[in-house]
Ligand binder design. Structure first.
Ligand SMILES: *[C@@H]1O[C@H](CO)[C@@H](O)[C@H](O)[C@H]1NC(C)=O
Ligand SMILES: *[C@@H]1O[C@H](CO)[C@@H](O)[C@H](O)[C@H]1NC(C)=O
Ligand SMILES: *[C@@H]1O[C@H](CO)[C@@H](O)[C@H](O)[C@H]1NC(C)=O
Length: 265
């Protein structure tokens, strides 16, 4: 797992980028309310004023996996684990400030390619009944068309509804082949090898923008990160996710490279 590449990899950060998506809107479409604290790897990314803007998942006690377009700058962010109803204190929440953000060096905001980011927390989360880690797929493993996966999020309708109670929602969606998703009937050539698509041919079930950064979990592993789409729940346009298996090596290098340094070799 640990290899020499880690000694060589230096990830340059661009902490200053503020993305056009800003504080995103929308919510899980066609899904249902999750049971309290049943999706324990899920975190909410919030502004320092407590405004939820993206999802994420815990992949390590010190690290959150999310989308690169959720980068609003480390100093503007708070990560909340163990949450269920955001905007309501329930007692199981753990709040962590980011220590640093690592956006993928190939992230391209105009094509959405490599829309992946890791957040290192200043202090580790405590794993308990409400907070756990999500396993990741191995490098290069593909998900087959039709496999059912689950996405969750707190995306909501309107920033004006700040005082409303927002409960974690989830929806099950099948993987769609890249060939179909990239066809002229759908995203017409805009799907890269670093993306996977999921949704029903009939539409109606999807993640939406406020769900960005949250994980798409298939067979217990986070195969996707909510990235982009064209509307939400549109039959022609499924949800597009980061293909996490294409980034497993980068994730391991980023997380473990900083622990194991070169003295091991
Ligand atoms: C993003 O991708 C577009 C289209 O391929 C390319 O023209 C542009 O140079 C890329 N931007 C960056 C920052 O790599
Ligand atoms: C594909 O990307 C181009 C360039 O960003 C955009 O103009 C076009 O609308 C996109 N098409 C679809 C179907 O997403
Ligand atoms: C999607 O289509 C475009 C245009 O034909 C192509 O360049 C790209 O490689 C395709 N993506 C994948 C993952 O095959």
């Amino acid at each position: 797992m640990i290899n020499l590449l880690m000694c060589l990899s230096v990830v340059l950060l661009d902490l200053m980028t503020v993305h056009s998506h800003g504080l995103m809107q929308g919510r899980i479409v066609g899904g249902y309310t999750a049971a309290p604290n049943s999706i324990k790897y899920m975190v909410s990314l919030q502004s320092t004023r407590g405004q939820h803007f993206c999802g994420g998942s815990l992949v390590h006690r010190y690290w959150v996996l999310t989308a690169a377009h959720c980068n609003i700058g480390a100093e503007h962010m708070m990560i909340v684990a163990g949450d269920y109803i955001i905007n309501s204190y329930e007692g199981n929440e753990q709040y962590a400030k980011p220590h640093r953000l690592v956006t993928h060096p190939l992230y391209n905001r105009s094509t959405n390619n490599a829309d992946i980011m890791l957040i290192k927390l200043r202090a580790p989360v405590v794993l308990n009944k409400y907070v756990s880690l999500v396993p990741l797929p191995r490098q290069g493993t593909a998900e087959n068309e039709g496999r059912l996966c689950r996405v969750a999020g707190w995306g909501f309708n309107s920033l004006a509804e700040g005082q409303a109670r927002f409960t974690l929602r989830t929806v099950t969606v099948p993987i769609i082949s890249t060939a179909r998703c990239n066809s002229s009937d759908s995203f017409n050539g805009n799907i890269t090898a670093n993306m996977i698509c999921a949704g029903y041919r009939t539409g109606g079930k999807d993640a939406c923008k406020g769900d960005s950064g949250g994980p798409l979990v298939c067979g217990g592993r986070a195969y996707g990160v909510v990235s982009w789409g064209n509307g939400c729940g549109d039959a022609k346009f499924p949800g597009v996710y980061v293909a996490v298996s294409k980034f497993r090596r980068w994730i391991d290098e980023t997380i473990y490279g900083s622990y194991f340094r070169c003295t091991k070799y």
